[in-house]
Design a protein around this ligand. Structure first.
Ligand SMILES: C[S@@+](CC[C@H](N)C(=O)[O-])C[C@H]1O[C@@H](n2cnc3c(N)ncnc32)[C@H](O)[C@@H]1O
Length: 246
């Protein structure tokens, strides 16, 4: 996702940094410490501008979500969208974040949002591969990847979010009854994923070449990219797979 550098992007991120997953780089990730034990954990890889995770998380308040996005200026847009949806205020007219009590968080000020107002999503500016590698085995109920970059170049296939390196980590961290859900506009990436998943310890449970024309259309939550592609008449492809574990 290409994006012009956001004005005051880092200040905007700081204002809402209580919504970031409190990650310690290099350390094991222990989501139970953040969300409390025994809550299903769902990971979105490449959340983009956050419309999908914002809507999905409202439907499932009992589930804990971590939304990963490697570009900070994109992640901040997602966090602001989520914060607005949770009644946590809005951007101030002249910059900064305006909390519902009228306090303006600006110029590096951090709003220590009360824990009970933070909701069930934490965002993180991180690479999905690095983060997944630090999650415990069998700790994740679902991994969601929407419209990930196709990386069509010859030498770039390892960057695809359904390449064998990623799938090995997904398989390790997913619970035995966990699922991997993947949507794309890209035929090449879809076909590639339908090959790599079974080759790397996944069973395809469901697939469609036309999500919006399928029985899942009614429950589908559109992402920003999905809306753009479908407005251009491009069919949306989706698959769901589960890890095969001995
Ligand atoms: C094409 S956009 C789709 C965004 C959103 N999921 C949607 O459907 O509207 C892909 C996003 O994934 C992010 N991304 C790509 N590879 C990633 C990785 N390895 N880890 C985290 N984010 C990644 C990109 O920065 C970009 O914002």
């Amino acid at each position: 996702m290409r994006m012009r550098k956001k004005r005051h992007g880092s200040e905007r991120l700081l204002a809402l940094s209580a919504l970031l997953y409190p990650d310690r780089e290099g350390a094991a990730v222990l989501p139970g410490e953040v969300f409390g034990p025994d809550r299903p954990l769902v990971l979105e890889v490449g959340c983009g501008k956050g419309e999908f995770i914002t809507k999905l998380s409202l439907l499932h308040p009992e589930t804990a979500y971590i939304a990963l996005e490697r570009i900070a200026d994109v992640c901040v847009v997602a966090m602001e969208k989520y914060a607005r949806s949770r009644g946590l205020g809005d951007m101030g007219q002249n910059g900064g974040w305006l909390a519902p009590d009228g306090t303006l968080y600006k110029d590096g000020a951090v709003w220590d949002i009360p824990v009970d107002m933070r909701g069930n999503v934490r965002f993180l500016v991180a690479d999905a591969a690095d983060f997944a590698a630090r999650l415990p085995d069998n700790s994740v109920s679902a991994i969601l990847a929407n419209f990930s970059d196709p990386w069509p170049g010859k030498g770039d296939h390892k960057k695809r979010l359904t390449s064998p390196g990623f799938l090995a980590e997904y398989r390790r961290i997913l619970k035995p009854d966990g699922v991997f859900r993947f949507k794309t506009d890209n035929d090449g990436l879809f076909d590639y994923s339908l090959e790599t998943l079974p080759e790397n310890g996944f069973r395809i449970l469901w697939q469609t070449g036309d999500l919006h024309g399928s029985e899942r259309a009614a429950d589908n939550i559109m992402t920003e990219y999905e809306r753009n592609f479908s407005e251009k008449g491009i069919l949306i492809k989706m698959l769901e797979a589960s890890p095969v574990k001995e």
